[in-house]
Design a protein around this ligand. Sequence first.
Ligand code: ADP
Ligand code: MG
Length: 257
Amino acid sequence: MNGGTPMSGRDAKQPEGSLQTSGLTKSFGGVTAVDGVTVSFRQGKVNALIGPNGSGKTTFFNVVTGMIKPDSGTVTYRGRNLTAKAPHRIARAGIGRSFQLCRVFPRMTVLDNVLAAAQPKGLKGLGSGHGKAETEKARYWLTRMGIEHLEHAEARNLSWGQQKLLELAGVLMTEPELILLDEPAGGVNPALIDRIADLVRELNAEGRTFLIVEHNMELVMSLSDHVVVFDRGRPIAEGTPDVIRADERVLEAYLGV
Ligand SMILES: Nc1ncnc2c1ncn2[C@@H]1O[C@H](COP(=O)(O)OP(=O)(O)O)[C@@H](O)[C@H]1O
Ligand SMILES: [Mg+2]
């Protein structure tokens, strides 16, 4: 718990809780995917959100990033109320995200994909030419991802892991301070998982906050400062990786006891 200090304005020095939700709820028909979630994540840290399949992690991301409107509850980021704001407004507030199933345009080149991601409303504005500075910036992020040699390749010709890196390059084009990654290692080969882990560490050392949904426990435990566990749409445990490892409720949730 973080002491219950009320948040005021946009205080960048808030010790905790960069991203906070209160009573966040979203149901689909009879299924309450996110069930009254009150949680806060650590600014400047690598946070993980774990839990069994269907526990509401992706829905939580979708509500936080404005893809889905909550039935009730609030989302605030550094004291700003972002509840139910449009995705491009949330991006402008400094939050970027990747998708579980990766969102790239398969028949567009790698470079064009990154440039498209920089457009606040997606494809609009593509084809009208990009400024030199923007193209340089896209090349910079492709280089950081280690896929700059693929800039002229069509995205569909990249491996799955390379597509994840491409998507991350696109996310970084909007200069997010908080980055939400939905299963960054899912389906990715071990060498590229290490690359993604190193990138998260580097980007975090440069001041970016992460919130990562991931099933690879070894990766989660080695990367994270703070772990939140969901079960059936609710947080059931939170703490350091060591605390989470030792928590029987977490094991029970995974075993379906
Ligand atoms: N668009 C949707 N329509 C109906 N049910 C959904 C939808 N999205 C998610 N759900 C349901 O909500 C629950 C949580 O799903 P999800 O957020 O994808 O979980 P996770 O990412 O933790 O696996 C599941 O029972 C899922 O079937
Ligand atoms: Mg999911």
